[in-house]
Design a binder for this molecule. Structure first.
Ligand code: MRU
Length: 352
């Protein structure tokens, strides 16, 4: 990022997890310190940190924090505490599989056969590796994905998938950023992304820093731009990809993909292999987080709340785009095209 800072990082001197507070951007760039596992879990839940890979790295550092702070004197007692920490963290947000993926990766170290003092350090080292690998993986995905972008493209992008959604660089927005650095002239139509406005607040802020021209559009306007030939491609990220290629992503992605598919506009999901869950067959098995109704209702116009007092709201944070709407899924291992059930497994498990 231009601010030369990772979205989430470990502060060794303070023994704390630090993260950019994404609730207050773009008004203020503030860093929040988490001094306990409970604070990391709450930061994930309240979306101080958000975006599937950023959540995964935060959880990994949260586990490291718990491991270092534990006063357990036996390895068994320490492991029992960390098993509880894992359950606590995994419950923070259910849809992005990166959270469980990162915690499980840490747990493999926790359960490994080493002395307790070494384990405490190994867990921190593994968390740091997860964070470092995320940046490298994003850059590899961006190289692959940038081959799909042509000079002069106008791209519709949903939610925020940039440096802020990851440890650094980004997934779908990372692809756009790399294509821009290659000298391709790109214009981005930024879905505002109701109700949390990750597009209008975070993606717009990032694009401004990178010098990439853009315009914010209301989510409902995307169909108009697609039908009138004013957008050549659609790019978004993924919180979880099922074995058949169905993609769970920020709510609104499904309607965007449908409109693009129906107008023969290519649709690309960009996701690291840590977002791909081959253990589930299709998108119907992906848990969809439902967040507080206030996120939908507390929108103000002219200083007044829009919805009448007592109004009810439904607030699914994600939806599932069926694989039939996707042109390709970009991973760090290559660009995966249909049939996704065969090709995802082949890319992720080269032994098959
Ligand atoms: O609720 P959020 O802001 O965490 O949702 C984020 C998204 O849906 C992103 O598109 C997704 O995490 C993939 S990009 C890294």
């Amino acid at each position: 990022m231009c601010v030369l800072m990772r979205t989430v990082f470990w502060d060794d001197a303070a023994c704390q997890v630090k993260m950019i507070d994404q609730r207050v951007l773009p008004a203020r760039l503030e860093i929040v310190a988490c001094a306990s596992l409970a604070e990391v879990a709450e930061a994930i839940r309240n979306m101080t940190v958000r975006g599937a890979p950023a959540i995964g790295a935060s959880a990994a550092f949260g586990m490291a924090l718990a491991g270092l702070q534990s006063t357990a004197t036996s390895r068994d007692a320490w492991r029992a505490e960390l098993r509880m920490s894992a359950v606590h963290l995994k419950a923070a947000r259910p849809t992005a599989v990166n959270l469980a993926w990162a915690v499980d990766r840490i747990m493999r170290v926790v359960e490994s056969d080493q002395p307790l003092a070494a384990l405490r350090q190994q867990v921190l080292a593994e968390a740091q590796r997860i964070a470092d690998e995320d940046v490298a993986i994003n850059k590899r995905m961006a190289e692959w994905g940038s081959t799909l972008i042509d000079d002069g493209d106008t791209i519709i992008h949903h939610c925020n998938t940039g440096a802020l959604a990851t440890v650094d660089w980004g997934t779908a927005l990372g692809v756009i950023r790399t294509a821009h650095e290659q000298g391709k002239r790109i214009f981005v139509l930024v879905d505002e992304t109701r109700p949390r406005l990750q597009g209008a607040r975070l993606t717009a802020w990032e694009l401004q820093q990178y010098g990439i021209p853009y315009a914010i559009i209301s989510d409902g306007a995307a169909g108009h731009f697609l039908r009138t030939g004013q957008a050549q491609k659609v790019f978004f990220g993924a919180d979880r990809v099922a074995a058949n290629g169905d993609v769970a992503n920020k709510v609104g992605t499904y309607m965007l993909a449908l409109a693009a598919h129906s107008n023969d506009v290519p649709v690309y999901a960009v996701a690291p292999s840590s977002s791909i869950d081959l253990s589930i067959q299709d998108g119907s098995q992906i848990p969809i987080e439902e967040r507080d109704a206030d996120e939908v209702l507390n929108i103000q116009v002219n200083g007044e709340r829009v919805a009448p007092e007592g109004a009810a709201a439904r607030n699914p944070a994600f939806d599932v785009t069926p694989h039939a709407c996707l042109t390709a899924i970009v991973t760090e291992k290559g660009i995966v095209r249909p049939p996704f059930d065969e090709n995802l497994a082949r890319v992720l498990r080269p032994d098959l």
